[in-house]
Write a protein that binds this ligand. Structure first.
Ligand SMILES: Nc1ncnc2c1ncn2[C@@H]1O[C@H](COP(=O)(O)OP(=O)(O)OP(=O)(O)O)[C@@H](O)[C@H]1O
Ligand SMILES: [Mg+2]
Length: 378
């Protein structure tokens, strides 16, 4: 109590008190991309405001006898910035009150947001390596050099290089964009997170953004991590294209998060699209996903290697001509070729199911049928 009496409240202390709500904005601008940090700071600030508020109330109660109304009014005014602080925190991004309040009013419908829990898909990628991918040697070298930097950002910094923060893979469907991202994550020993639009987008205002933040947050916790953004054009569509408001908000939020990744160490973004021209320029500008890597359809030699790769898993009739297969699949993607080989295996299974004995052999006929079905489906 003695201590309370020694404090005198004045206009100056009132002004100082306004530093408390401003504190909120100060760390929010600095740490907005780290919701865990914000939550902690918000909590500390809320406790601070509550303690200060209690002290002022006690002081107010002990001085009410004096009936000096000016002083009493000044005491009450000191509560204003503290109440303001608590109000801002309860509405803010790091707030845990906001979520609870929303749940209470939103009932079961809020589930889609509350249930979104991004998890690393490390299990899915753990067996993948460069040997599973047939890509151009120069492309492989380019990706490998990105990975070397990724694994060792400190060395990169010693050379004065900024470790790259993200790439955009552009190519037709089935050319291995997703697989490349997985292989990079696995061989660099990083966790793998996928941003799936249908999981993130919610009909609730602002919740898609929260989901995005959750994803980046989870990746940060599991860093080093790769965040793979598939079909990035669906979120990063050029704003000039007259996109919808929600998409624009989400894009802006994504841009901010990507900038956060630039600051954070151990996070890397790989985005993929079939239409790089539709991806918003802001996302492609320097410092973000400025490196666009083209993933073309495989040429003749690559198709041959793809057949070799996927037919190696089957026991083939000797003397099969791979050159012909590669020749006949001009314009087909690696995924198509994988499918043809798989279908050939199925054909063999069906064919041998009719007979008495199984040889488990895929014949030229099985492959030809698979190819014909694929090239000109009935
Ligand atoms: N270059 C490649 N070498 C070997 N296999 C490949 C290659 N590209 C694709 N595949 C195989 O094809 C399948 C589909 O590939 P993936 O999903 O990576 O393609 P994508 O480019 O991401 O396609 P989309 O644009 O439709 O998302 C995978 O099972 C993968 O193993
Ligand atoms: Mg893909």
């Amino acid at each position: 109590m003695e201590f309370l009496h020694s404090i005198t409240l004045s206009l100056t202390s009132l002004l100082l008190m306004f530093a408390v709500p401003f504190g909120y904005f100060a760390y929010h601008t600095k740490y907005w991309y780290r919701p865990d940090g914000l939550k902690r700071f918000d909590f500390i600030l809320a406790v601070m405001a509550a303690v200060l508020g209690t002290l002022i109330l006690v002081k107010f109660a002990t001085t009410t006898q004096s009936r000096d109304w000016d002083t009493l009014r000044l005491h009450l005014l000191h509560l204003a910035p503290l109440i303001l602080t608590l109000l801002i925190i309860s509405q803010g991004r790091g707030s845990s009150f906001g979520g609870r309040a929303a749940k209470a009013t939103g009932g079961g419908d809020k589930k889609d947001y509350a249930d979104y829990k991004p998890v690393p898909l490390n299990r899915e990628i753990e067996k993948l390596g460069w040997n599973d991918l047939i890509i151009d040697q120069s492309l492989k070298e380019e990706l490998s050099s990105v990975m070397t930097l990724l694994k060792d950002p400190k060395t990169a910094r010693k050379y004065g290089i900024e470790a790259p923060k993200g790439i955009l893979l552009n190519g037709p469907p089935g050319t291995g964009k997703t697989t490349i991202a997985k292989v990079i994550a696995n061989t660099a020993g990083m966790s793998f997170f996928v941003l799936k639009m249908d999981e993130v987008v919610s009909k609730w205002v602002g919740e898609s953004e929260k989901n995005l933040t959750k994803l980046f947050h989870a990746a940060n916790k599991n860093s080093p991590a790769v965040i793979f953004i598939d079909e990035v054009d669906s979120i990063g569509k050029s704003r000039s294209g007259g996109g919808q408001q929600w998409a624009e908000n989400l894009l802006n939020h994504l841009l901010q998060l990507v900038d956060g990744v630039v600051k954070a160490e151990g996070l890397y973004i790989i985005a993929a699209t079939n239409r790089a021209d539709l991806v918003d320029d802001a996302l492609k500008r320097a410092g973000r996903l400025n490196k666009v890597i083209e993933i073309p359809l495989p040429g003749y030699e690559a198709r041959k290697r793809l057949f070799e790769l996927y037919l190696a898993k089957l026991s083939l009739q000797p003397g099969l001509n791979i050159d012909e297969l590669a020749y006949a699949t001009d314009g087909k993607s690696p995924a198509d070729i994988k499918e043809i080989c798989n279908q050939a295996g199925l054909n063999a299974f069906k064919r041998e199911s009719g007979g008495k004995r199984r040889d488990y052999v895929v014949t030229a006929y099985d492959l030809e049928t698979a190819l014909n079905e694929f090239v000109s489906p009935a």
